[in-house]
Write a protein that binds this ligand. Structure first.
Ligand code: NAP
Ligand code: G4F
Length: 320
């Protein structure tokens, strides 16, 4: 039986990835941080509790990674752990860099020492492209990377050191450059979940307003369940590769609000209030990914569209 180890196992992607791996017959373990409210922290993986093994650890503490790898002896390692919120990375740039950049280095260095034959997935991000867009309005593997946030800079370091360890030490490390992906398990301070939860609260009469930041940026939104399937395919590909995963369709935050509020019989213009608090010191204005390389190489296609993703999330949050 193949063994997969996941950092960030209790996150949005970690939970879907675990389900897909278990369904494909993998043994799965992962790293979980200590929290003072542990029952809330593992809500996304509580239903998998008796099927997986978890180790307490933190990407900043290299010994916690090496100890877990020595004990579990994985064939596949998915490095998903991160401070993943872009706006908060402006408030906590050093912490974000410690976790996302030095933390990733700690994972790769541990693999080099403990299990150099294991295959490693690095959770890279479209945020690394920053202000770069090709002439046809897409970002792809060859698009220059000019990040515009501490988060994007930290992910670019991890992406680069992954490529360096691949060449320098012959490690099998692949970068999945994933565009935004959401789900019913998305943290509620990311824009899709925030808009859906906020619109539902208005519909239920709990409040009349929803405070938002910049409505004029564009994102290419897919579903975490689809994208985590691509992660497994990438590590099972014959060579280590860096590939973009995206839907190829961009919508503005304003369009997101319009669709969600319309779906609930509301007009977003009557309820959305702009609050500077939710703006970023520097914004990434436009993301639209060309994933043709990855689709062909991995025989991967997303099942969810923008509309079915939002319906899936609305259905979930309606029950809360
Ligand atoms: P998420 O829901 O925020 O999950 C992040 C996970 O990392 C959580 O399990 C979190 O644990 C853990 N973590 C945070 N800091 C840690 C540390 N110092 N040591 C160990 N674990 C730590 O994020 P996601 O949406 O699943 O994303 C997964 C990965 O893909 C992240 O690396 C993210 O940056 C990257 N990514 C995401 C997207 C997207 O649109 N979702 C797109 C591109 C790339 P706690 O619960 O304890 O905080
Ligand atoms: O949902 P967001 O916070 O996601 P963002 O910044 O694009 O980052 C996500 O995707 C990245 C991939 O490109 C990941 F690497 C990263 O880990 C994360 O998963 O914001 C999306 C857009 C931004 O332009 C933001 O300015 O929505 C805009 N926005 C407008 N009002 C808001 C709000 N975002 C949030 N979170 N909250 C608002 O009130």
């Amino acid at each position: 039986m193949k063994k997969a180890f996941i950092t960030g196992i209790n996150g949005q992607d970690g939970s879907y990835l675990t389900e897909h791996l278990l369904n494909s017959g993998y043994e799965v373990a992962g790293l979980v941080r200590r929290s003072s409210v542990s029952e809330n922290q593992t809500y996304r993986i509580n239903h998998l509790e008796d099927k997986i093994k978890t180790y307490y650890g933190d990407l900043i503490d290299k010994s916690s990674i090496t100890n877990a790898l020595k004990d579990f002896k994985p064939n596949l390692i998915f490095n998903l752990a991160a401070q993943s919120h872009v706006r908060l990375s402006f408030d906590m740039p050093a912490f974000t860099t410690q976790v996302n950049a030095i933390g990733a280095l700690n994972v790769f260095d541990s693999v080099k020492e403990i299990c150099p034959d294991a295959r490693v997935y690095q959770a890279s991000s479209s945020e690394m492209f920053g202000s770069s867009v090709d002439d046809d309005n897409f970002q792809r593997e060859t698009t220059p990377m000019t990040p515009v946030s501490p988060y994007g800079c930290s992910k670019l370091y991890a992406y680069s050191i992954a490529r360096n360890f691949r060449k320098a030490y012959g490690l099998f490390i692949s970068n999945g450059i994933l565009f935004n992906h959401e789900s019913p398990r998305r943290g509620t301070n990311f824009v899709t979940a925030k808009v859906i939860k906020g619109a539902l609260n208005i519909k239920k009469g709990y409040t009349d307003k929803l405070e938002m930041g910049n409505l004029d940026s564009y994102r290419d939104w897919g579903h975490s369940s689809d994208y985590t399937k691509a992660m497994i395919k990438l590590l099972n590909y014959e060579n280590p590769e860096d590939i973009v995963i995206s839907t190829g369709k961009a919508y503005s935050v304003r369009e997101l609000c319009e669709v969600v509020f319309n779906e609930l019989g509301l007009d977003y213009k009557d309820h959305i209030v702009i609050n500077e608090r939710f703006f970023r010191p520097q914004e990434l204005s436009y993301l639209q990914g060309d994933s043709s390389k990855g689709r062909k190489m991995l025989n991967w296609e997303p099942e969810f569209t923008f509309k079915t993703l939002l319906s899936d999330m609305i259905k979930h949050f309606e029950k809360e």
